[in-house]
Design a protein around this ligand. Structure first.
Ligand code: SAM
Length: 287
């Protein structure tokens, strides 16, 4: 889709946007690919899009060209802002640029300040060095349903596989998979080869979709974090051993959750971990 703006490679040359590793910069120039991500995110839906790290604007342009009425883009690298201003000028009133650190934002308050009333849609080719940290922050929001109605995010494939993994994919299943699948329905949409990026990363990437579950299994996120950290911290050990560090009797905890003490972390479903987290909260409350 042509937007009358110069090709991204020209933009990068004009503004001297040589990629910085420290900012996790691997840019996308392929319009077919950015268009595919934008369509996967439902760019033409009535939604406000929140993009983290627009960089020179490849995905931003795709979202706008595919119909996004409003994109709020948070970018830490000030060098990119002049290039992004050109995109904003080509789509009057539809792109709001926010210079700043995406890790430092209180998202519900930030979106309220931006005048966003409904849930936002997060769509981003995340900086690989802080992608997991950002995702965990979005997944552990106190308010649920959260401030977003969907996330369509690019990660390194290895991280994407951990996000979607359940006990049937034991090698990848861990704390991230439990958290992500407790709060969202998750799936990998498609892979993206290293050659699609400039500069190319060493590994394949994947676009992941996460949709918040309307009905959550009740449990305290901090308790869930504690049981999964203990269980997967010693994933080869039986749970009766691995859960010893929690400061409560592991056998009583496992019995309350209806889990056999000889099981290992990687065999336990999300529901099982939620039951363990509830048992831990209850047990700490009466101590
Ligand atoms: N969206 C662009 C694309 O697809 O070509 C760039 C993606 S690049 C993988 C990640 C972007 O995130 C870079 O533009 C980088 O400057 C930005 N970034 C890195 N750390 C950030 C942070 N803490 N807050 C906001 N943006 C950040």
């Amino acid at each position: 889709m042509s937007d009358g703006l110069p090709p991204l490679r020209e933009v990068v040359a004009k503004y001297e946007l040589n990629a910085k590793k420290s900012l996790g910069q691997n840019f996308l120039f392929d319009l077919n690919l950015t268009g595919r991500i934008a369509r996967a995110a439902g760019a033409s839906d009535e939604a406000t899009f929140l993009e983290i790290g627009p960089g020179p604007g490849g995905l931003t342009r795709a979202l706008l060209a595919h119909g996004a009425k409003k994109v709020i883009a948070v970018e830490r690298d000030d060098r990119c802002l002049a290039a992004l201003e050109e995109v904003a000028a080509a789509y009057p009133g539809r792109l709001k640029l926010v210079p700043g650190d995406a890790l430092a934002l209180d998202y519900p308050a930030f979106l309220a300040e931006q005048g966003v009333t409904g849930p936002a849609r997060i769509c981003a080719n995340l900086p690989y060095n802080i992608g997991t940290q950002l995702l965990v922050g979005w997944l552990t929001q106190k308010q649920w349903p959260p401030f977003y109605d969907r996330m369509v995010l690019m990660f390194q494939r290895e991280v994407a596989e951990r996000i979607v993994a359940g006990p049937q994919k034991r090698a990848d299943y861990g704390r991230l998979g439990v958290l992500a699948n407790w709060r969202c329905e998750t799936k990998i949409l498609f892979d993206v080869p290293p050659a699609a990026f400039t500069p190319p990363p060493k590994v394949t990437s994947s676009v992941v979709e996460l949709r918040p579950r309307a009905k959550l299994l009740e449990c305290d996120a901090a308790a869930l974090e504690r049981v999964t950290a203990a269980a997967f911290g010693q994933r080869r050990k039986m749970l009766r051993q691995a859960l010893k560090g929690l400061g409560v009797d592991p056998l009583a905890l496992l019995e309350a959750a209806g889990i056999e003490p000889t099981r290992r972390a990687e065999e336990i479903s999300v529901e099982g971990f939620v039951a363990l987290a509830c048992a831990l909260s209850a047990s700490l409350a009466i101590q």
